[in-house]
Design a protein around this ligand. Structure first.
Ligand code: NAD
Length: 301
């Protein structure tokens, strides 16, 4: 984590703030929404399925002291870029401001490049990269007018390292890293606007059920057991700590992925050597029907 200065309490920092979370209907975004509700943030929650968002809202109202008007359900398709300005205006009309945008919605990939149709690469970039920066553009205009705000983007350790079965996903997350690290340098006149990149390793969520495969029409037959991954609530909690403290980049991961991140950053030759071994295993795991990251040591049954 890159940080200087004193540590802020997430409740003090985020209570009463207007936070817009994309991809709030499942996984990390859903859990972030619950934790934000509990600390008293005002919420705009977005994804494509309104009924799922209503379910999330209902639970927020049960577990927090927020009231009906404190949570705005806003259907949003990140790939429908022509709708992003109106969506931003809807949040502003409801709450009058946006303090924090959490760019969380996205999809991963499980397929080898040699097998994968180029349409899949187009779709991944449209969603994870262009959809994210499109929404950011409208929200940032508002933050620049106010001279304050936080843009939190859920990137990935795959935005730092490379891995087999995820060439398009890694490319989209590297694109986000490059984009937001550059955007930050364009905002030096706005010291109260923070650009925060969150890089989780494997986390329990619906990401594997929802992955892109080698063609757009095909979904993954068997997502495998996900219990070895970081619990969703831990990832969400550390994301909020990073947000409250304006960390420029946070790696939120268990080993061995965290160790690989460090190697990739500081000793890439070793990282490439290690990834050649882990990567082979990743492909074997995937082909044998267990989660690609199920284990890099044990033999598959
Ligand atoms: N779970 C992991 O292991 C992991 C690791 C690193 C990064 N991430 C990132 O975390 C973020 C959240 O993923 P998750 O793990 O919670 O997966 P998930 O599949 O459980 O949730 C993804 C969310 O994105 C939404 N979404 C998908 N396509 C959308 C679209 N076109 N428009 C609007 N919303 C859309 C889904 O509806 C859902 O709410 C993603 O950006 C993902 O890349 C996840």
């Amino acid at each position: 984590m890159v940080h200087s200065g004193k540590c802020c309490d997430i409740k003090n920092e985020l209570r009463g703030k207007v936070v817009w979370v994309t991809g709030a209907s499942s996984g990390i975004g859903e859990e972030l929404t619950y934790q934000l509700a509990k600390i008293g943030a005002l919420l705009a929650i977005s994804a494509r399925r309104e009924d799922e968002l209503e379910r999330v809202k209902k639970k927020c109202l049960e577990i927090s002291s927020l009231s009906e008007k404190d949570i705005l359900v806003l259907r949003l398709d990140l790939t429908d870029r022509s709708s992003h300005e109106a969506a931003t205006n809807s949040v502003l009309k409801h709450f009058g401001k946006i303090d924090v945008l959490v760019n969380n919605g996205g999809r991963s990939q499980r397929s080898l490049f040699v097998d994968t149709n180029l349409d899949v690469y187009n779709a991944i970039i449209e969603l994870n990269y262009l959809g994210t920066i499109s929404l950011t553009k409208y929200v940032l205009n508002h933050m620049i007018q106010r001279k304050r705000g936080k843009i939190v983007t859920v990137s990935s350790v795959m935005g730092i390292m490379g891995a087999p079965l995820a060439t398009g996903y890694c490319a989209s997350k590297h694109a986000l890293q490059g984009f937001f690290n550059s955007l930050r340098t364009e905002l030096t006149d706005y010291p109260e606007i923070s650009i925060i990149n969150i890089c989780p390793g494997p986390v329990q969520s619906k990401i594997i059920q929802n992955v892109f495969t080698e063609n757009l029409a095909k979904s993954l037959e068997n997502s495998g057991d996900q219990s070895h991954k970081m619990p969703t609530d831990r990832c969400a909690r550390l994301t909020l700590v990073s947000t409250a403290n304006d960390l420029k980049e946070a790696w939120i991961s268990d080993h061995p992925y965290l160790a690989v991140c460090y190697l990739w950053q500081y000793a890439p030759t070793w990282a490439w050597w290690l990834m050649n071994r882990m990567g082979k295993r990743r492909i074997q795991n995937f082909k044998s029907g267990v989660d690609a990251d199920a284990s890099y040591t044990r033999k598959n049954k």
